[in-house]
Design a protein around this ligand. Structure first.
Ligand code: PLP
Length: 477
Protein backbone atom coordinates (compact mmCIF):
# COMPACT_ATOMS: atom_id res chain seq x y z
CA UNK A 1 0.00 0.00 0.00
CA UNK A 2 1.33 3.37 -1.00
CA UNK A 3 1.72 5.89 1.81
CA UNK A 4 0.65 9.49 1.37
CA UNK A 5 4.16 10.84 1.75
CA UNK A 6 5.49 8.64 -1.10
CA UNK A 7 3.53 10.77 -3.51
CA UNK A 8 5.12 13.99 -2.48
CA UNK A 9 2.99 16.99 -1.58
CA UNK A 10 -0.72 16.29 -1.26
CA UNK A 11 -2.82 17.31 -4.26
CA UNK A 12 -6.02 19.10 -3.26
CA UNK A 13 -9.14 16.94 -3.72
CA UNK A 14 -7.07 13.80 -4.36
CA UNK A 15 -7.33 11.50 -1.34
CA UNK A 16 -4.48 9.02 -1.13
CA UNK A 17 -3.25 6.24 1.12
CA UNK A 18 -5.20 5.79 4.36
CA UNK A 19 -7.59 8.58 3.45
CA UNK A 20 -8.54 6.90 0.18
CA UNK A 21 -8.91 3.53 1.89
CA UNK A 22 -11.15 5.04 4.53
CA UNK A 23 -13.37 6.68 1.91
CA UNK A 24 -13.73 3.47 -0.08
CA UNK A 25 -14.32 1.42 3.07
CA UNK A 26 -16.99 3.89 4.16
CA UNK A 27 -18.68 3.67 0.79
CA UNK A 28 -18.55 -0.15 0.85
CA UNK A 29 -19.98 -0.23 4.36
CA UNK A 30 -22.84 2.04 3.35
CA UNK A 31 -23.66 0.16 0.15
CA UNK A 32 -23.56 -3.16 2.03
CA UNK A 33 -26.00 -1.84 4.59
CA UNK A 34 -28.37 -0.49 1.91
CA UNK A 35 -28.42 -3.92 0.24
CA UNK A 36 -28.87 -5.77 3.54
CA UNK A 37 -31.83 -3.57 4.43
CA UNK A 38 -33.36 -3.66 0.94
CA UNK A 39 -35.84 -6.54 1.47
CA UNK A 40 -37.26 -4.93 4.62
CA UNK A 41 -37.19 -1.31 3.41
CA UNK A 42 -40.74 -0.10 2.58
CA UNK A 43 -41.64 -0.34 -1.10
CA UNK A 44 -43.10 3.13 -0.67
CA UNK A 45 -43.32 5.66 2.10
CA UNK A 46 -45.48 8.62 1.19
CA UNK A 47 -46.65 9.60 4.68
CA UNK A 48 -45.71 12.95 6.13
CA UNK A 49 -43.69 14.18 3.17
CA UNK A 50 -44.31 17.90 3.93
CA UNK A 51 -42.93 17.45 7.48
CA UNK A 52 -40.05 15.41 6.13
CA UNK A 53 -39.21 18.15 3.64
CA UNK A 54 -39.25 20.73 6.44
CA UNK A 55 -36.03 19.16 7.70
CA UNK A 56 -33.29 21.72 7.25
CA UNK A 57 -30.62 19.06 6.59
CA UNK A 58 -32.18 18.37 3.18
CA UNK A 59 -31.72 21.95 2.04
CA UNK A 60 -28.44 22.88 3.68
CA UNK A 61 -25.96 24.63 1.39
CA UNK A 62 -22.37 23.40 1.29
CA UNK A 63 -20.16 24.96 3.96
CA UNK A 64 -16.61 26.22 3.58
CA UNK A 65 -15.33 23.32 5.69
CA UNK A 66 -15.82 19.71 4.78
CA UNK A 67 -17.52 17.02 6.86
CA UNK A 68 -16.80 13.38 7.54
CA UNK A 69 -18.08 10.83 5.01
CA UNK A 70 -20.35 9.09 7.52
CA UNK A 71 -22.00 12.40 8.37
CA UNK A 72 -22.62 13.14 4.71
CA UNK A 73 -23.89 9.61 4.04
CA UNK A 74 -26.28 9.91 6.97
CA UNK A 75 -27.94 12.83 5.16
CA UNK A 76 -28.16 10.81 1.94
CA UNK A 77 -29.63 7.83 3.77
CA UNK A 78 -32.23 10.03 5.40
CA UNK A 79 -33.00 11.79 2.10
CA UNK A 80 -33.69 8.42 0.43
CA UNK A 81 -36.35 7.34 2.93
CA UNK A 82 -39.53 8.91 1.55
CA UNK A 83 -41.15 8.39 -1.82
CA UNK A 84 -41.17 5.21 -3.90
CA UNK A 85 -38.42 2.67 -3.43
CA UNK A 86 -37.94 1.68 -7.05
CA UNK A 87 -35.06 -0.62 -6.09
CA UNK A 88 -37.22 -2.64 -3.66
CA UNK A 89 -38.23 -6.22 -4.51
CA UNK A 90 -41.78 -5.11 -3.67
CA UNK A 91 -41.87 -2.44 -6.36
CA UNK A 92 -44.30 -3.52 -9.12
CA UNK A 93 -45.37 -0.10 -10.41
CA UNK A 94 -44.99 1.44 -13.87
CA UNK A 95 -41.98 -0.41 -15.32
CA UNK A 96 -39.61 -1.29 -12.47
CA UNK A 97 -35.89 -0.68 -12.80
CA UNK A 98 -33.87 -2.24 -10.05
CA UNK A 99 -30.14 -1.52 -10.35
CA UNK A 100 -27.69 -4.40 -10.11
CA UNK A 101 -24.59 -3.88 -7.99
CA UNK A 102 -22.16 -4.91 -10.74
CA UNK A 103 -23.26 -1.86 -12.71
CA UNK A 104 -22.63 0.40 -9.72
CA UNK A 105 -19.14 -1.01 -9.46
CA UNK A 106 -18.69 -0.34 -13.19
CA UNK A 107 -19.79 3.26 -12.64
CA UNK A 108 -17.25 3.74 -9.87
CA UNK A 109 -14.48 2.42 -12.08
CA UNK A 110 -15.63 4.34 -15.18
CA UNK A 111 -15.76 7.55 -13.15
CA UNK A 112 -12.29 7.04 -11.72
CA UNK A 113 -10.87 6.27 -15.16
CA UNK A 114 -12.84 9.26 -16.46
CA UNK A 115 -11.75 8.84 -20.06
CA UNK A 116 -13.26 10.71 -22.96
CA UNK A 117 -15.46 8.38 -25.01
CA UNK A 118 -17.23 10.88 -27.26
CA UNK A 119 -14.71 9.98 -29.96
CA UNK A 120 -12.78 6.79 -30.55
CA UNK A 121 -9.27 8.18 -30.72
CA UNK A 122 -8.93 9.43 -27.10
CA UNK A 123 -10.05 6.04 -25.71
CA UNK A 124 -10.01 3.46 -28.51
CA UNK A 125 -10.04 0.43 -26.22
CA UNK A 126 -12.87 1.69 -24.05
CA UNK A 127 -14.91 2.78 -27.09
CA UNK A 128 -14.30 -0.75 -28.44
CA UNK A 129 -15.83 -2.16 -25.23
CA UNK A 130 -18.87 0.08 -25.56
CA UNK A 131 -19.16 -0.76 -29.25
CA UNK A 132 -19.03 -4.48 -28.46
CA UNK A 133 -22.14 -4.05 -26.32
CA UNK A 134 -23.88 -2.34 -29.24
CA UNK A 135 -22.80 -5.18 -31.57
CA UNK A 136 -24.16 -7.67 -29.06
CA UNK A 137 -27.56 -5.95 -29.16
CA UNK A 138 -27.50 -5.72 -32.97
CA UNK A 139 -26.99 -9.51 -33.06
CA UNK A 140 -29.56 -10.15 -30.35
CA UNK A 141 -32.25 -8.43 -32.40
CA UNK A 142 -31.22 -9.97 -35.71
CA UNK A 143 -30.37 -6.65 -37.31
CA UNK A 144 -28.03 -6.65 -40.33
CA UNK A 145 -24.30 -5.82 -40.16
CA UNK A 146 -25.09 -2.30 -41.40
CA UNK A 147 -26.82 -1.66 -38.09
CA UNK A 148 -25.36 0.32 -35.23
CA UNK A 149 -26.51 2.50 -32.46
CA UNK A 150 -25.88 4.50 -29.39
CA UNK A 151 -26.11 4.08 -25.65
CA UNK A 152 -28.32 6.85 -24.33
CA UNK A 153 -29.49 7.99 -20.93
CA UNK A 154 -32.82 6.29 -21.57
CA UNK A 155 -35.46 5.52 -24.16
CA UNK A 156 -36.62 9.13 -24.38
CA UNK A 157 -33.27 10.29 -25.73
CA UNK A 158 -33.22 7.25 -28.02
CA UNK A 159 -36.68 8.24 -29.28
CA UNK A 160 -35.42 11.73 -29.99
CA UNK A 161 -32.53 10.49 -32.11
CA UNK A 162 -34.79 7.96 -33.84
CA UNK A 163 -37.31 10.63 -34.81
CA UNK A 164 -34.54 12.97 -35.98
CA UNK A 165 -33.07 10.17 -38.10
CA UNK A 166 -36.45 9.24 -39.59
CA UNK A 167 -37.19 12.91 -40.24
CA UNK A 168 -33.98 13.71 -42.03
CA UNK A 169 -34.04 10.43 -43.96
CA UNK A 170 -37.66 10.41 -45.10
CA UNK A 171 -38.78 14.05 -45.25
CA UNK A 172 -37.83 17.22 -47.14
CA UNK A 173 -36.08 20.07 -45.31
CA UNK A 174 -39.47 21.60 -44.64
CA UNK A 175 -40.78 18.58 -42.77
CA UNK A 176 -43.88 20.08 -41.18
CA UNK A 177 -46.29 18.05 -43.30
CA UNK A 178 -44.66 14.86 -42.00
CA UNK A 179 -46.99 12.59 -40.06
CA UNK A 180 -46.23 9.74 -37.71
CA UNK A 181 -48.48 7.04 -36.32
CA UNK A 182 -48.72 5.76 -32.76
CA UNK A 183 -51.51 4.15 -30.73
CA UNK A 184 -53.05 5.54 -27.57
CA UNK A 185 -51.34 2.65 -25.77
CA UNK A 186 -47.92 3.87 -26.88
CA UNK A 187 -45.62 5.61 -24.42
CA UNK A 188 -45.60 9.40 -24.73
CA UNK A 189 -41.82 9.42 -25.22
CA UNK A 190 -42.11 9.26 -29.00
CA UNK A 191 -44.72 12.02 -29.27
CA UNK A 192 -42.54 14.14 -27.00
CA UNK A 193 -39.54 13.37 -29.22
CA UNK A 194 -41.54 14.56 -32.23
CA UNK A 195 -42.27 17.85 -30.45
CA UNK A 196 -38.60 18.29 -29.55
CA UNK A 197 -37.63 17.48 -33.13
CA UNK A 198 -39.74 20.45 -34.26
CA UNK A 199 -42.94 18.77 -35.41
CA UNK A 200 -46.24 20.53 -34.83
CA UNK A 201 -48.59 18.80 -32.38
CA UNK A 202 -50.85 17.50 -35.16
CA UNK A 203 -47.97 15.56 -36.74
CA UNK A 204 -48.66 12.66 -34.37
CA UNK A 205 -51.70 10.55 -35.32
CA UNK A 206 -53.39 8.30 -32.79
CA UNK A 207 -54.28 4.99 -34.43
CA UNK A 208 -57.03 2.93 -32.83
CA UNK A 209 -56.26 -0.38 -31.13
CA UNK A 210 -58.22 -3.61 -31.38
CA UNK A 211 -59.91 -5.43 -28.48
CA UNK A 212 -56.52 -6.88 -27.49
CA UNK A 213 -55.05 -3.34 -27.31
CA UNK A 214 -52.86 -3.95 -30.37
CA UNK A 215 -52.52 -1.49 -33.21
CA UNK A 216 -55.46 -1.93 -35.59
CA UNK A 217 -53.96 -2.43 -39.05
CA UNK A 218 -57.08 -1.34 -40.93
CA UNK A 219 -57.16 1.87 -38.88
CA UNK A 220 -53.47 2.45 -39.62
CA UNK A 221 -54.00 2.04 -43.38
CA UNK A 222 -57.06 4.28 -43.31
CA UNK A 223 -55.21 7.02 -41.40
CA UNK A 224 -52.30 6.90 -43.84
CA UNK A 225 -54.63 7.13 -46.84
CA UNK A 226 -56.60 10.02 -45.33
CA UNK A 227 -53.39 11.90 -44.56
CA UNK A 228 -52.03 11.41 -48.06
CA UNK A 229 -55.33 12.64 -49.51
CA UNK A 230 -55.04 15.74 -47.30
CA UNK A 231 -51.59 16.48 -48.64
CA UNK A 232 -49.67 15.30 -45.59
CA UNK A 233 -46.57 13.11 -45.78
CA UNK A 234 -46.79 9.91 -43.70
CA UNK A 235 -43.20 9.03 -42.79
CA UNK A 236 -43.01 6.97 -39.61
CA UNK A 237 -44.97 4.38 -37.67
CA UNK A 238 -44.21 3.53 -34.06
CA UNK A 239 -44.92 -0.02 -32.90
CA UNK A 240 -44.87 -0.98 -29.23
CA UNK A 241 -42.93 -4.07 -28.19
CA UNK A 242 -44.47 -4.06 -24.74
CA UNK A 243 -46.75 -1.19 -23.76
CA UNK A 244 -46.35 0.49 -20.41
CA UNK A 245 -50.02 -0.22 -19.58
CA UNK A 246 -50.30 -3.96 -20.13
CA UNK A 247 -47.06 -5.10 -21.78
CA UNK A 248 -48.95 -5.67 -25.02
CA UNK A 249 -46.86 -6.28 -28.15
CA UNK A 250 -48.17 -4.79 -31.40
CA UNK A 251 -48.33 -7.10 -34.48
CA UNK A 252 -44.78 -6.30 -35.54
CA UNK A 253 -44.68 -8.30 -38.78
CA UNK A 254 -47.98 -6.86 -40.00
CA UNK A 255 -46.93 -3.30 -39.12
CA UNK A 256 -43.59 -3.89 -40.86
CA UNK A 257 -45.52 -5.00 -43.97
CA UNK A 258 -47.56 -1.78 -43.97
CA UNK A 259 -44.43 0.29 -43.37
CA UNK A 260 -42.73 -1.41 -46.33
CA UNK A 261 -45.72 -0.92 -48.63
CA UNK A 262 -46.17 2.71 -47.62
CA UNK A 263 -42.49 3.61 -47.44
CA UNK A 264 -42.64 4.50 -43.73
CA UNK A 265 -39.84 4.33 -41.20
CA UNK A 266 -40.62 1.65 -38.62
CA UNK A 267 -39.62 2.61 -35.10
CA UNK A 268 -40.16 0.00 -32.40
CA UNK A 269 -40.54 1.06 -28.78
CA UNK A 270 -38.93 -1.88 -27.01
CA UNK A 271 -38.02 0.16 -23.93
CA UNK A 272 -39.86 -2.24 -21.65
CA UNK A 273 -40.14 -5.44 -23.65
CA UNK A 274 -36.93 -5.52 -25.68
CA UNK A 275 -34.61 -7.53 -23.49
CA UNK A 276 -37.14 -10.35 -23.15
CA UNK A 277 -35.68 -11.18 -26.57
CA UNK A 278 -33.03 -13.03 -24.55
CA UNK A 279 -35.64 -15.62 -23.57
CA UNK A 280 -37.27 -18.16 -25.85
CA UNK A 281 -40.79 -17.02 -24.95
CA UNK A 282 -39.87 -13.36 -25.31
CA UNK A 283 -38.22 -13.85 -28.70
CA UNK A 284 -41.34 -15.64 -29.94
CA UNK A 285 -43.55 -12.78 -28.79
CA UNK A 286 -41.27 -10.14 -30.30
CA UNK A 287 -41.06 -11.85 -33.71
CA UNK A 288 -40.73 -9.22 -36.42
CA UNK A 289 -38.68 -6.84 -34.26
CA UNK A 290 -35.74 -7.57 -36.59
CA UNK A 291 -37.56 -5.60 -39.30
CA UNK A 292 -37.36 -2.30 -37.41
CA UNK A 293 -35.60 0.68 -38.98
CA UNK A 294 -34.88 1.77 -35.43
CA UNK A 295 -35.62 0.38 -32.02
CA UNK A 296 -35.20 1.73 -28.55
CA UNK A 297 -34.39 -0.20 -25.41
CA UNK A 298 -34.11 0.55 -21.73
CA UNK A 299 -31.30 -1.44 -20.17
CA UNK A 300 -32.33 0.32 -16.96
CA UNK A 301 -35.49 -1.77 -17.13
CA UNK A 302 -34.91 -5.07 -18.89
CA UNK A 303 -31.26 -5.58 -17.98
CA UNK A 304 -31.81 -4.41 -14.39
CA UNK A 305 -29.16 -1.70 -14.76
CA UNK A 306 -29.31 1.57 -12.79
CA UNK A 307 -31.29 4.47 -14.22
CA UNK A 308 -29.58 6.34 -17.01
CA UNK A 309 -28.97 3.45 -19.44
CA UNK A 310 -30.97 3.21 -22.64
CA UNK A 311 -30.09 2.35 -26.20
CA UNK A 312 -31.03 3.15 -29.76
CA UNK A 313 -30.36 0.68 -32.53
CA UNK A 314 -30.66 1.77 -36.14
CA UNK A 315 -30.82 -0.65 -39.06
CA UNK A 316 -28.57 1.55 -41.20
CA UNK A 317 -26.08 3.20 -38.86
CA UNK A 318 -24.96 5.59 -41.60
CA UNK A 319 -28.39 7.27 -41.48
CA UNK A 320 -28.05 7.85 -37.74
CA UNK A 321 -24.63 9.41 -38.30
CA UNK A 322 -25.72 11.58 -41.22
CA UNK A 323 -28.65 12.89 -39.18
CA UNK A 324 -26.49 13.81 -36.19
CA UNK A 325 -23.35 15.24 -37.74
CA UNK A 326 -23.19 18.93 -38.44
CA UNK A 327 -20.75 18.54 -41.32
CA UNK A 328 -21.39 15.03 -42.46
CA UNK A 329 -18.93 14.69 -45.32
CA UNK A 330 -15.99 15.98 -43.32
CA UNK A 331 -16.73 13.85 -40.30
CA UNK A 332 -17.48 10.71 -42.25
CA UNK A 333 -14.00 10.58 -43.70
CA UNK A 334 -12.60 10.36 -40.15
CA UNK A 335 -14.31 7.10 -39.44
CA UNK A 336 -10.82 5.70 -39.35
CA UNK A 337 -10.41 4.87 -35.66
CA UNK A 338 -10.11 1.17 -36.37
CA UNK A 339 -13.66 1.07 -37.65
CA UNK A 340 -14.96 2.31 -34.33
CA UNK A 341 -17.80 4.78 -34.08
CA UNK A 342 -17.38 8.31 -32.83
CA UNK A 343 -20.39 8.49 -30.53
CA UNK A 344 -20.47 12.29 -30.69
CA UNK A 345 -21.46 11.94 -34.35
CA UNK A 346 -24.29 9.52 -33.58
CA UNK A 347 -26.27 11.54 -31.06
CA UNK A 348 -26.85 14.99 -29.57
CA UNK A 349 -24.20 14.76 -26.83
CA UNK A 350 -20.55 15.61 -27.03
CA UNK A 351 -18.93 14.99 -23.64
CA UNK A 352 -20.63 12.01 -22.01
CA UNK A 353 -20.09 9.54 -19.21
CA UNK A 354 -18.49 6.22 -20.13
CA UNK A 355 -21.86 4.49 -19.86
CA UNK A 356 -20.69 1.53 -21.89
CA UNK A 357 -18.92 0.04 -18.88
CA UNK A 358 -22.18 0.00 -16.94
CA UNK A 359 -23.46 -2.53 -19.45
CA UNK A 360 -20.25 -4.26 -20.45
CA UNK A 361 -19.00 -5.15 -16.97
CA UNK A 362 -22.20 -6.82 -15.68
CA UNK A 363 -22.65 -8.79 -18.93
CA UNK A 364 -19.08 -10.08 -18.77
CA UNK A 365 -19.03 -10.59 -15.01
CA UNK A 366 -22.31 -12.51 -14.74
CA UNK A 367 -22.55 -13.84 -18.31
CA UNK A 368 -25.54 -13.47 -20.63
CA UNK A 369 -27.24 -16.61 -19.28
CA UNK A 370 -27.65 -15.00 -15.87
CA UNK A 371 -29.73 -12.23 -17.46
CA UNK A 372 -31.64 -14.73 -19.57
CA UNK A 373 -32.49 -16.73 -16.45
CA UNK A 374 -33.57 -13.63 -14.52
CA UNK A 375 -35.87 -12.54 -17.35
CA UNK A 376 -37.30 -16.05 -17.68
CA UNK A 377 -38.00 -15.94 -13.97
CA UNK A 378 -39.91 -12.64 -14.39
CA UNK A 379 -42.08 -14.23 -17.09
CA UNK A 380 -42.76 -17.17 -14.75
CA UNK A 381 -43.63 -14.87 -11.86
CA UNK A 382 -46.03 -12.83 -14.01
CA UNK A 383 -47.64 -16.08 -15.15
CA UNK A 384 -48.00 -17.05 -11.48
CA UNK A 385 -49.64 -13.69 -10.62
CA UNK A 386 -52.00 -14.16 -13.57
CA UNK A 387 -53.06 -17.69 -12.58
CA UNK A 388 -53.57 -16.80 -8.92
CA UNK A 389 -55.51 -13.59 -9.51
CA UNK A 390 -57.63 -15.26 -12.18
CA UNK A 391 -58.75 -17.78 -9.59
CA UNK A 392 -59.94 -14.97 -7.33
CA UNK A 393 -63.71 -14.54 -7.85
CA UNK A 394 -63.66 -10.89 -6.78
CA UNK A 395 -61.38 -9.89 -9.64
CA UNK A 396 -61.50 -9.59 -13.40
CA UNK A 397 -58.07 -10.18 -14.89
CA UNK A 398 -57.08 -9.10 -18.38
CA UNK A 399 -55.87 -11.75 -20.86
CA UNK A 400 -52.69 -13.68 -20.10
CA UNK A 401 -49.61 -11.45 -19.97
CA UNK A 402 -47.46 -11.33 -23.09
CA UNK A 403 -44.58 -10.03 -21.03
CA UNK A 404 -44.47 -9.48 -17.27
CA UNK A 405 -47.48 -7.23 -16.60
CA UNK A 406 -50.86 -8.34 -15.26
CA UNK A 407 -53.77 -5.86 -15.23
CA UNK A 408 -56.94 -6.42 -13.20
CA UNK A 409 -60.02 -4.77 -11.74
CA UNK A 410 -62.49 -5.58 -9.00
CA UNK A 411 -65.44 -7.50 -10.41
CA UNK A 412 -67.99 -5.18 -8.77
CA UNK A 413 -66.63 -1.88 -9.92
CA UNK A 414 -68.69 0.49 -12.05
CA UNK A 415 -66.77 3.70 -11.39
CA UNK A 416 -63.28 2.32 -10.82
CA UNK A 417 -63.48 3.40 -7.20
CA UNK A 418 -63.30 -0.12 -5.78
CA UNK A 419 -60.15 -1.00 -7.75
CA UNK A 420 -58.53 2.29 -6.74
CA UNK A 421 -59.40 1.53 -3.13
CA UNK A 422 -57.94 -1.98 -3.43
CA UNK A 423 -54.72 -0.49 -4.81
CA UNK A 424 -54.57 2.10 -2.06
CA UNK A 425 -54.97 -0.56 0.63
CA UNK A 426 -52.32 -2.89 -0.81
CA UNK A 427 -49.86 -0.02 -1.21
CA UNK A 428 -50.52 1.26 2.33
CA UNK A 429 -48.98 -1.94 3.73
CA UNK A 430 -45.70 -0.80 2.14
CA UNK A 431 -44.59 -4.33 1.25
CA UNK A 432 -45.61 -3.84 -2.36
CA UNK A 433 -46.21 -0.83 -4.54
CA UNK A 434 -48.55 -1.14 -7.54
CA UNK A 435 -49.67 1.48 -10.02
CA UNK A 436 -52.76 1.89 -12.17
CA UNK A 437 -53.69 2.68 -15.73
CA UNK A 438 -56.82 3.14 -17.82
CA UNK A 439 -58.11 0.77 -20.45
CA UNK A 440 -61.07 2.00 -22.51
CA UNK A 441 -61.41 4.78 -19.97
CA UNK A 442 -61.67 2.27 -17.12
CA UNK A 443 -59.40 2.29 -14.09
CA UNK A 444 -57.23 -0.84 -13.88
CA UNK A 445 -54.63 -1.90 -11.33
CA UNK A 446 -51.50 -3.55 -12.63
CA UNK A 447 -48.59 -5.60 -11.36
CA UNK A 448 -45.39 -5.40 -13.39
CA UNK A 449 -42.66 -7.85 -12.37
CA UNK A 450 -39.27 -6.61 -13.54
CA UNK A 451 -36.89 -6.33 -10.63
CA UNK A 452 -34.06 -8.83 -10.28
CA UNK A 453 -34.69 -8.85 -6.51
CA UNK A 454 -38.36 -9.80 -6.81
CA UNK A 455 -38.70 -13.47 -5.88
CA UNK A 456 -41.60 -15.88 -5.60
CA UNK A 457 -42.02 -15.18 -1.88
CA UNK A 458 -42.56 -11.45 -2.48
CA UNK A 459 -44.93 -12.17 -5.35
CA UNK A 460 -46.90 -14.52 -3.10
CA UNK A 461 -47.08 -11.73 -0.54
CA UNK A 462 -48.56 -9.28 -3.03
CA UNK A 463 -51.06 -11.86 -4.30
CA UNK A 464 -52.15 -12.54 -0.70
CA UNK A 465 -52.45 -8.81 -0.02
CA UNK A 466 -54.65 -8.33 -3.10
CA UNK A 467 -56.84 -11.27 -1.97
CA UNK A 468 -57.20 -9.99 1.58
CA UNK A 469 -58.09 -6.49 0.49
CA UNK A 470 -60.43 -7.45 -2.32
CA UNK A 471 -62.50 -9.29 0.29
CA UNK A 472 -62.60 -6.14 2.47
CA UNK A 473 -63.38 -3.82 -0.46
CA UNK A 474 -66.19 -6.19 -1.54
CA UNK A 475 -67.73 -5.94 1.92
CA UNK A 476 -67.69 -2.19 1.42
CA UNK A 477 -64.63 -1.40 3.54
C1 PLP B 1 -39.92 3.66 -19.84
C2 PLP B 1 -40.49 3.68 -21.19
C3 PLP B 1 -40.23 4.71 -22.08
C4 PLP B 1 -39.44 5.94 -21.68
O1 PLP B 1 -38.15 5.61 -21.38
P1 PLP B 1 -37.20 6.50 -20.43
O2 PLP B 1 -36.05 5.60 -20.20
O3 PLP B 1 -37.99 6.78 -19.19
O4 PLP B 1 -36.85 7.73 -21.16
C5 PLP B 1 -40.75 4.61 -23.35
N1 PLP B 1 -41.50 3.56 -23.73
C6 PLP B 1 -41.80 2.55 -22.89
C7 PLP B 1 -42.65 1.41 -23.36
C8 PLP B 1 -41.31 2.57 -21.59
O5 PLP B 1 -41.59 1.58 -20.76
Amino acid sequence: MRKTDERGPAVPLEPTGDELEKLLAGAIEYVTSVLARMPSTPASDLDGVPDFLADEALHRLPAADGRALDEVLAVVDHAATKGLNTASPGYFAFIPGSGIVAAAIADLIADVLNRYTAFAFPAPGLVALENSVLRWMVDLFGLPPTAGGLLTTGASMAAFSAVVTARSTRLPDDFRAGTMYVTDQAHLATAKAARLAGFPADAVRMVAVDADLRMDLAALRAAIAADRAAGRIPFCVVASAGTIHTGTVDPLHAIADVAAEEGLWLHVDAAYGGFFQLTERGAARLAGIERADSLMLDAHKGLFLPFGTGALLVRDAALLRQSHTAQEAVYLQDLGSGGLPDFANDGPELTRDFRGLRMWLPLHLHGVDAFRAALDDKLDLAEYVYEELRAEPGLVVRPAPELSTVAFTCREDQSGGATAELLRRVNAEQRAFLSSSRIDGRYVARICVLNHRTDRARVTEVIDAVRRHVAIVERGG
